[in-house]
Write a protein that binds this ligand. Structure first.
Ligand SMILES: [Fe+2]
Length: 253
């Protein structure tokens, strides 16, 4: 009798264990399906993230191209500044490469050269085109253009270095520049490069108050500015190498 009870209990335990086993297997299969679904959703999210990143990058590149067009349009209104930024960009790129910058850094410097005066869009025409000397108040408006330009390009995350170059393109080696009065090597190298290209192109272009200087006279002026307003090492590289190279407009590609 006792043996029968024990047998019956053992069978009941076995049935319970079997049921438990089957429930556990069903749960495991459910978890495996859920895991597969989660994994697929994760992969899909990764794909979306990559697509979104590409779209974001394309959008920012389009905005940059629009700003480059805007910079050209801005200076095209004035016969004295027409083509200035294009020339500054080409010279700046060549100087950057000659000074040892990589091709990506040189491209950023060239784009910053194209955009360096974009902030002048916020300077009233009466100040921009004033034939005589500016008053102190007018100068203070004019001197805001590097900050304004940097603010315009600030939303372009991939162009953060370019924004910094635009902001500091009127800093001077001896600290007498603006907006921050940076000195020597504390000025971003891209800004020091754009400054040399900017000064050289201004010197060799006609202005309402003087004709263009010859290359020889412009060289002398750059040498005179070395260590005062411009970086001496970069001026030397510019004079010794860049001015002897054929121009290369490929920086815009
Ligand atoms: Fe400027």
């Amino acid at each position: 009798m006792a043996a029968n009870v024990a047998l019956s209990q053992a069978l009941a335990y076995a049935r319970d264990l079997r049921n438990l086993y089957e429930v556990t297997r069903a749960r495991e299969a459910e978890i495996a399906r859920a895991h597969d679904k989660l994994r697929a959703a994760y992969q899909q999210s990764l794909t979306y993230a990559v697509d979104l990143k590409k779209t974001h990058r394309r959008l920012q590149s389009s905005i940059l191209q629009s700003l480059l067009g805007l910079a050209n349009a801005l200076e095209a209104k004035d016969e004295y500044t027409r083509g200035h930024s294009d020339r500054v960009a080409a010279l700046a790129r060549r100087l950057a490469l000659a000074a040892g910058c990589g091709s990506r850094e040189a491209a950023t410097i060239a784009h910053a050269g194209l955009l360096h005066d974009l902030g002048k869009i916020a300077v009233p025409e009466r100040i921009l085109r004033k034939p005589g000397p500016l008053t102190d108040d007018e100068w203070s408006v004019m001197r805001r253009h590097p900050l304004t330009g940097a603010q315009i390009v600030a939303p372009l995350e991939f162009f953060a270095d370019g924004a910094l170059i635009v902001r500091h393109h009127h800093e001077r080696h001896d600290g007498s520049g603006y907006p921050d009065g940076l000195v020597g090597d504390t000025i971003p190298v891209g800004s020091r490069i754009v400054a040399i290209a900017d000064v050289y192109d201004a010197l060799t272009s006609d202005r309402p108050y003087r004709p263009a200087l010859t290359v020889c006279r412009a060289r002398e002026r750059l040498l005179a500015e070395a260590d005062r307003t411009l970086d001496r090492r970069l001026v030397a590289i510019f004079l010794d190498t860049v001015l002897h190279e054929p121009s290369d407009p490929s920086f815009r590609q």
